[in-house]
Design a protein around this ligand. Structure first.
Ligand code: AHR
Length: 673
């Protein structure tokens, strides 16, 4: 099997190698004192979309599914449990006239019930992950004409045994909705837990927003996010956080588009929307997938701030998904969409005296979020997109001339659509063009030099969505295996080598729940209790945590290393730490002892840190069982003199950091800024 896989890659590698006609010098040269370009702090970022149960059922730590009874089937996720259920015991009511965003609630009418006679059980998102010893915060909105019903809250394991409980006796009466909160501690760990709410006594009680959060959310925020998932993002030290997508921005039709204003403010007033990934793929239907917007725009901005990333919201440009309805708003009715963009900038950056700045301040963030980047449209194409983009651009640049706009180059990195958009956007002098590449691993190798000859003066590039597809785009057979990660790493050296053109890049999609996914491959897999970084994740991490501040040339036979002898490379210096950072990907099945000559460095001293990722085969993946099958390992060796002798393992990604460069030689070369 291994031999077969190696030969597959060797075959496609051979097809892209530029083999020298005659034997040439085998040495790689790094011109360490030639600072070619700044590497933007935004270079390596993350792309977040609520796909694969990434938000609801994922990073948004709410454990109750359909907490407000607003799914198409109001009792989806809930089951009645008890002795017998009489007509009228359990009602779904609708107050459409009073509460249009969250009209439904549930009414229970227990009659002389004992505990266990009358209850509702929530199944969670493919179960609830429960951890022994952890506090769980239960809450619900309720109102009742008279007190008389006790509420028993229980955590259950998969065998329906109680693994945590508390009892509350709501006493307040009247027509006003009130919030009831209680905490309970779990006595056991359970990946597929459920929540039971039992009603004991007699009376009538209206209930809404029945909620359960773990006590260990990120930064301990009530109603917050899963800390283990956020930590994975924080560990990447990402330069930016793109949100909320992806196709989710566009919507199946315009009524289903993502509207940021509907995702802020009190959570019980955030209007739920069917998630388009609920029904997008007939082969992966997910009928219980909705967006509650508990993770809304305020929380996205806050997340970006928490993990030190520039926020990058993407807004609908007045066009729904062109693969679906292709519905679009007439140009003369685009104003509300443009106003949404202007208002978002005010929400993010305005002070508390502005209308939207005040809303942000009231939500608990008086300081601005310093939004600098804004995307208009996702994967939209054609003249209709350009027409709409021009309207947005004019309005935004007039009011906020410094705002950098991200514009769509469509769905593919080549072809008629791409050529048209790329041409038009460059004519418009667009700030940053968002290119997407979902292609086979071979494509990534073949295109590692894509930007070596790109226009250096015009618009910049955002490699906004990319992932090597081990099978094909939208195939359920795509794997997050080493073959794909190796190909991505090779391509990424080309992105970094051209940091003067490519200013941002992000793998996509980011998260997937093992029991609730629609799209593969994905960077991080989760279940209810665990997170697994794929090899692709660790490749991203190797690049993003070893970025450097300036790109320097790394050459073989005087040419950039983009496939010669199966090697792909980029090099940078980090002016803040005085280090040289070399990234070398060896996609060959053979190991290599490689000499790297360092031009412009008068001497090296100290240890070189060498981070290596390699695997026993190209099909190796990380999994819940073996989450760390492929991760970077660190080796150290002594660096001295003016060259490095590096062992490059077969099929390996290598990052070499050499400290204590002789700074004087940089300064003498007059290249240091
Ligand atoms: O990443 C999955 C999807 O791929 C995104 O939603 C979309 O932008 C692209 O087509």
């Amino acid at each position: 099997m291994l031999v077969k896989n190696i030969s597959v890659v060797a075959a496609f590698v051979a097809s892209v190698c530029i083999m020298p006609a005659q034997a040439q010098n085998n040495t790689i040269v790094v011109k360490a004192n030639q600072l070619k370009a700044d590497i933007q702090p935004t270079m390596w970022g993350v792309f977040f979309e609520d796909i694969n149960m990434s938000a609801d059922g994922g990073i948004y730590a709410e454990l109750v599914k359909n907490r407000s009874f607003e799914f198409l089937k109001p009792l989806a996720g809930w089951t009645f449990k008890g002795k017998e259920r009489k007509e009228g015991d359990l009602l779904i009511l609708n107050r459409q006239d009073k509460q249009t965003n969250n009209p439904r609630f549930i009414q229970v009418n227990p009659n002389h019930t004992a505990k266990g006679d009358f209850g509702i059980i929530n199944e969670g998102f493919r179960g609830m992950g429960i951890k022994q010893g952890l506090r769980y915060d239960f809450s619900m909105l309720y109102r009742q004409p008279a007190a008389g019903v006790k509420v028993h809250v229980e955590l259950l394991n998969a065998k329906n045994e109680v693994i945590g409980k508390t009892t509350i006796s709501p006493v307040a009466t009247g027509k006003e909705w009130r919030k009831l909160e209680a905490s309970l501690e779990a006595t056991a760990t359970e990946p597929k837990g459920t929540l039971a709410v039992w009603f004991e006594g007699s009376g009538q009680m209206d209930l809404d927003m029945i909620s359960l959060f773990p006590g260990d959310t990120w930064k301990g925020r009530k109603g917050g996010m899963r800390a283990d998932m956020v930590q994975m993002l924080a560990d990447l030290k990402p330069g930016f956080l793109r949100f909320p997508g992806g196709c989710i921005v566009e919507g199946y039709d315009l009524s289903q588009r993502y509207q940021w204003k509907k995702t802020i403010g009190p959570i019980e007033e955030r209007q739920l929307l069917i998630n388009r990934w609920n029904f997008e793929f007939a082969h992966r239907p997910t009928p219980d997938y909705f967006q509650t917007f508990g993770l809304g725009f305020f929380e996205y901005f806050q997340l970006a701030e928490d993990i030190g990333a520039e926020p990058l919201p993407i807004l609908n440009c007045g066009m729904a998904c062109q693969f679906n309805t292709a519905e679009m708003v007439p140009l003369d009715q685009l104003d509300p969409y443009v106003q949404d963009a202007l208002d978002l900038i005010e929400f993010a950056n305005g002070d508390a005296s502005t209308k939207w700045g005040k809303v942000r301040a009231q939500m608990g963030h008086p300081e601005p979020f310093n939004l600098k980047l804004l995307g208009i449209g996702n994967e939209n194409w054609g003249p209709q997109y350009i027409d709409r983009l021009q309207v947005f651009t004019k309005a935004i640049k007039e009011k906020y001339p410094k705002m950098q706009l991200i514009t769509s180059a469509g769905t593919d990195p080549d072809g008629e659509r791409f050529d048209y958009l790329n041409g038009q956007l460059r004519k418009m002098n667009a700030d940053i063009i968002d290119e997407h590449y979902y292609r086979r691993p071979e494509w990534f190798l073949q295109n590692a030099a894509r930007y070596d000859n790109y226009d250096r003066n015009g618009s910049k590039v955002f490699a906004g969505e990319y992932a090597a597809q081990s099978d094909k785009t939208v195939s359920i057979h795509n794997k997050n295996n080493w073959r794909a990660a190796l190909a991505e790493a090779s391509f990424m050296t080309g992105l970094e080598r051209n940091a003067d053109v490519v200013v941002m890049a992000s793998y996509a999609p980011l998260f997937a729940h093992v029991d609730g996914w629609q799209w593969t491959p994905d960077m991080i897999w989760i279940d209810n209790l665990h997170v697994v970084g794929t090899p692709n994740y660790y490749v991203q991490k190797m690049f993003s945590t070893n970025r450097g501040t300036h790109i320097v040339p790394i050459l073989k036979n005087n040419a950039p290393l983009a496939g010669q002898d199966s090697l792909y490379a980029s090099a940078s210096v980090d002016k803040t730490t005085n280090e040289l950072i070399i990234k070398l990907v060896n996609v060959s099945a053979n190991g290599l002892q490689q000499e790297i000559k360092l031009d412009g460095v008068s001497k090296l001293s100290g240890n070189a840190r060498h981070y290596v990722m390699k695997a026993s085969g190209l099909d190796v993946e990380n999994s819940l069982k073996e989450p760390l099958a492929i991760v970077p390992v660190e080796e150290q060796w002594k660096a001295s003199g003016k060259s490095l002798k590096v062992n490059l393992a077969p099929h390996s990604v290598n990052v070499i950091r050499v400290k204590h460069l002789d700074l004087v030689s940089f300064k003498k070369a007059g290249k240091m800024e």
